[in-house]
Design a protein around this ligand. Structure first.
Ligand code: NAP
Length: 375
C-alpha cells in the first residue's frame, strides 16, 4: 500500500468529545483509505467540516484536513465551489434527522462543484464541467469530493454558484408540494407560513408562474415591513405577520378564493393560522417544523371542516418511482433561474468563516439570508 501523508491541522473549534483528537483523525484516515489500492490515482487532500459525534452543530463541528482518497474507474473527483447550510444539515449533525451518515462524518448534502479529474471508465464528464449531486448526497462540505459518476448531474456553467448549489433541496420541494397534493388551477389560492424561507419564496414564484395566488404568513420580526415588500415583489398577493392575524375571522382580511392547499413550514400557532384560511375539505401539508412546536388541530376542524393533514419529505420522494424525472425537474428549475423567474436571497460565506455562517444559520444573529459556503 502506498504511503499517504495525513495533513493534520488543529481544529478551528473542537467540540466536546469522548475520545482524543488524534483518534478521531485516525478514524477519518481509516475511512478514507479503506478502498485504497496501490495502483489508484489519488484525489488532492480535502479540507472538510467534520463531526465526530451528534450534538449542537456549533459545538461538535470542526475543520479538518482529510487525506487523499483513491479515484476508482467510475469515480469523479469534484472540486467543490459552493454548498448551502440547510436546516436539515443542522438536524443531521444534531442527530435528530431520520437518515444520517454514521459518525465521524463530513457534513453537507447538496452543492455545486467543478470536475477536477475522472476515473478511467468515466464518459460524458471532463475536467472543468460543473456538476451537482442529484439526488443530493452526504459529505458536501469539503473542498474535494470523490463519488461515482452516477451521483453527478452536469449543469450549465452560466448559473450563479449560489443557485446551482441550492437548486434541489428547497426549490424541488416547493415544486413537488405545489403539484402532488391538490389539483390547482390558474386563479386558485394557496396559503403558507414560513414565507421568508427559501422554500416559501420558491412557492410564491412557482405559484405566480402558474397563475395561483398566495396568502403568506411571516413571523413578527424586525424589518417585517421591508420583508413584506420583498415578498410582494416576488409575486406574493397577501403577506401577514402572525400578530396581524390575531382577529376573529382571518378570511375577512383577504379578497381571494379560499385556499384548498396550505403549506406548513413552522408548526405551532403559525400552523393553526394556515388551517384557519383553508376552505372546507382543504389540505395542509407539513414539511418543516421551524418553531419546534407541534401542530394542533381542533376537533371541529376535522369534523365540520373535513380538513386533511398530510406530510412531505423530499428524501422519501427521491426514493420513489416519480423521482426518475428528478434531473428533468432540476433542469426546469435551473431554466427558471436563468430566465430570472426564480430568485431568492442567499449570502455567500467564505469557507474560512464557516463558524460565523453556522451561527447565522442557527439563528444566533437574528434573521439572516440562507448561508451558502463558498470554497
Ligand atoms: N420536508 C422536506 O422534504 C423539506 C425540504 C426542504 C426544506 N424543508 C424544511 O423547510 C423548512 C425551511 O427550509 P429553508 O431551507 O427553506 O429555510 P431557510 O431559507 O433556511 O429559512 C429559515 C426559515 O425559518 C424561519 N424560522 C427560523 N427560526 C424560526 C422559529 N424559531 N420560528 C419560526 N420560524 C423560524 C425563518 O424566518 P425568518 O425569515 O423570520 O428568520 C425562515 O423563514 C425547514 O424546516 C426545512 O427543514 C423540508
Amino acid at each position: 500500500m502506498a504511503t499517504v501523508k495525513l495533513l493534520t491541522q488543529k481544529t478551528l473549534r473542537n467540540g466536546p468529545s469522548s475520545f482524543p483528537l488524534f483518534l478521531r483523525e485516525r478514524r477519518l484516515l481509516f475511512n478514507s483509505l479503506r478502498a485504497f489500492s496501490s495502483t489508484g490515482v489519488l484525489s488532492p487532500p480535502s479540507t472538510a467540516v467534520v463531526y465526530d459525534q451528534h450534538g449542537p452543530p456549533d459545538a461538535v463541528t470542526r475543520i479538518a484536513q482529510l487525506p487523499p482518497v483513491e479515484i476508482k474507474e467510475d469515480d469523479v473527483c469534484v472540486r467543490m465551489l459552493a454548498s448551502p447550510i440547510n436546516p436539515s444539515d443542522i438536524n443531521r449533525i444534531e442527530g435528530v434527522y431520520p437518515i444520517r451518515p454514521p459518525v465521524p462524518a463530513v457534513a453537507g448534502y447538496e452543492g455545486v462543484g467543478e470536475v477536477h479529474c475522472v476515473g478511467s471508465g468515466v464518459k460524458g464528464l471532463s475536467p472543468g464541467d460543473w456538476v451537482i449531486p442529484s439526488p443530493p448526497s452526504a459529505g458536501m462540505w469539503q473542498t474535494y469530493v470523490v463519488k461515482e459518476k452516477s451521483v453527478w448531474h452536469k449543469i450549465d456553467k452560466r448559473i450563479p454558484i449560489e443557485y446551482a448549489a441550492t437548486v434541489i433541496v428547497n426549490p424541488l420541494s416547493a415544486l413537488r408540494m405545489l403539484e402532488d397534493f391538490v389539483d390547482l388551477k390558474s386563479g386558485d389560492s394557496i396559503v403558507q407560513n414560513g414565507a421568508t424561507s427559501m422554500v416559501g419564496r420558491c412557492i410564491i414564484q412557482l405559484a405566480r408562474d402558474r397563475g395561483i395566488h398566495t396568502i403568506n404568513i411571516i413571523r413578527d420580526r424586525p424589518g417585517s415591513d421591508e420583508v413584506k415588500e420583498k415578498l410582494k415583489k416576488l409575486g406574493a398577493d397577501e403577506v401577514f405577520s402572525e400578530k396581524e392575524l390575531e382577529v376573529k375571522n382571518v378570511k375577512d382580511l383577504v379578497n381571494l378564493p379560499e385556499p384548498s392547499l396550505g403549506l406548513n413550514c413552522v408548526g405551532g400557532n403559525a400552523a393553526s393560522l394556515v388551517l384557519k384560511f383553508l376552505r372546507q375539505g382543504g389540505t395542509m401539508v407539513t414539511y418543516g417544523g421551524m418553531s419546534k412546536r407541534p401542530v394542533t388541530v381542533s376537533t371541529a376542524s376535522f369534523i365540520f371542516k373535513e380538513l386533511s393533514l398530510r406530510g412531505f419529505w423530499l428524501q422519501k420522494w427521491l426514493g420513489s418511482d416519480k423521482a426518475k424525472e428528478c434531473r428533468v425537474m432540476i433542469d426546469y428549475l435551473l431554466a427558471l433561474i436563468s430566465e430570472g423567474k426564480l430568485t431568492y436571497d442567499v449570502e455567500l460565506a467564505p469557507f474560512e468563516d464557516f463558524h460565523t455562517a453556522l451561527d447565522k444559520s442557527l439563528g444566533k444573529l437574528g434573521s439572516q439570508p440562507k448561508q451558502v459556503l463558498k470554497f
